[in-house]
Design a protein around this ligand. Structure first.
Ligand SMILES: *[C@@H]1O[C@H](CO)[C@@H](O)[C@H](O)[C@H]1NC(C)=O
Ligand SMILES: *[C@@H]1O[C@H](CO)[C@@H](O)[C@H](O)[C@H]1NC(C)=O
Length: 329
């Protein structure tokens, strides 16, 4: 089956008759996730002992949970919507984590392109894919020895029937802007995406058939980016976000979307869902006043206690109202 584009709950876009996932079709036995801090549920914290301290975790888990967020992440709501437990990080070996219904290879700071000495996470996308391949081989080997391990490990068919989700690339563009002009960043995007494509193909060769691919959010709206690149008002768009970064994110997304379509036609047994995270998050930013008691949207929203950044907005509430996942699926 070919490409599905998911743009949840934005009425104008739904009217364009884009196919939308129906509740009954959205159920998978397991999820294997790849990415960066947008979906890291403890990988970087475990992998390089990165201190993800308070206030992360304070509104939902009541303590830091390895997430770069004080509430839950989209991936958590996604798991909830399928009544599956939250994903454990591949690198987290303490506390006998169960990987029965999936495994999370995402690590904060990860890039698609290979990491270098300056990278926050050494576990770039290619490494995450390699970790998955080892994970799968070990699972099959262990299940062959002891069926009782099915309680904590995915069964063999879960690797075929599971959902493979991706949210990665933001750090590649983010980092590139520190040493490249906008045109150079734009010219760099195909290189980044061909590395992504190579990784996805390796997963396909391992049996991945259902791909759930997040586009990039509005990078230029991140408070840190605005603080660094948006001091001059002429650099900002009508939302107060840095125009160059958002243009690059959109260009990335259009090429990623084209790649999704290509994967769908190249591999007929593959179902690719492209999720327009940019539209979802920009709607949240543009329409913040209708989506909760928010009166500031270009300052860090939740739990960050630094000068110029707000500390009093509840991230759980933001995510719930923004994504309203229980109602989509
Ligand atoms: C944030 O919202 C959630 C859900 O509405 C609630 O359970 C939690 O107590 C809130 N946290 C704070 C710090 O207000
Ligand atoms: C904000 O909401 C309005 C009304 O629902 C919608 O037409 C518009 O597209 C939204 N803005 C963005 C940037 O999504």
């Amino acid at each position: 089956m070919a490409l599905k584009t998911l743009i949840p709950w934005i009425p104008t876009l739904v009217l364009l008759h884009l196919p939308v996932i129906s509740p009954s079709s959205f159920t998978y036995p397991a999820v294997f996730n790849f990415g960066d801090s947008n979906s890291d549920t403890g990988g970087l914290a475990a992998g390089v002992a990165f201190p993800v301290g308070a206030p992360n975790g304070e509104t939902y888990f009541n303590k830091p949970s390895g997430r770069f967020c004080d509430g839950r992440l989209i991936i958590d709501f996604l798991m909830d919507s399928m009544d599956l437990p939250y994903l454990n990080a591949y690198l987290d070996s303490i506390g006998a984590p169960s990987f029965r219904t999936g495994c999370n290879f995402a690590t904060g700071g990860a890039t698609i392109l290979p990491a270098n000495a300056a990278s926050l996470s050494p576990f770039s996308f290619g490494v995450q894919v390699a970790q998955f391949i080892r994970f799968k081989a070990r699972v099959l080997e262990l299940l062959g020895k002891d069926k009782k391990l099915q309680k904590i490990l995915p069964s063999e068919d879960y690797f075929r029937d599971g959902l493979y989700s991706f949210d990665v690339g933001q750090n590649d563009l983010d980092g590139a802007f520190y040493s490249k002009s906008e045109d150079q960043v734009a010219a760099f995007i195909p290189t980044i995406l061909s590395e992504f494509e190579a990784g996805v193909e390796r997963l396909y060769n391992e049996g991945a058939r259902s791909l759930w691919i997040h586009g990039m959010g509005p990078l230029g709206c991140l408070p840190r980016i605005i603080a660094t690149f948006g001091r001059d008002a002429s650099k900002l768009d009508q939302f107060g976000c840095v125009s160059s970064h958002n243009r690059a994110a959109k260009l990335f997304n259009s090429q990623l979307h084209a790649l999704c379509a290509k994967l769908g036609s190249q591999f007929p047994q593959v179902c690719v869902t492209y999720v327009d995270i940019f539209a979802i998050k920009l709607n949240l930013i543009a329409n913040f006043s209708q989506l909760g008691k928010f009166f500031e949207y270009l300052k860090a929203g939740c739990g960050v206690r630094k000068k110029n950044l707000h500390a009093f907005i509840n991230c759980t509430t933001i995510l719930r109202s923004a994504f309203n996942l229980k109602n989509i699926f």
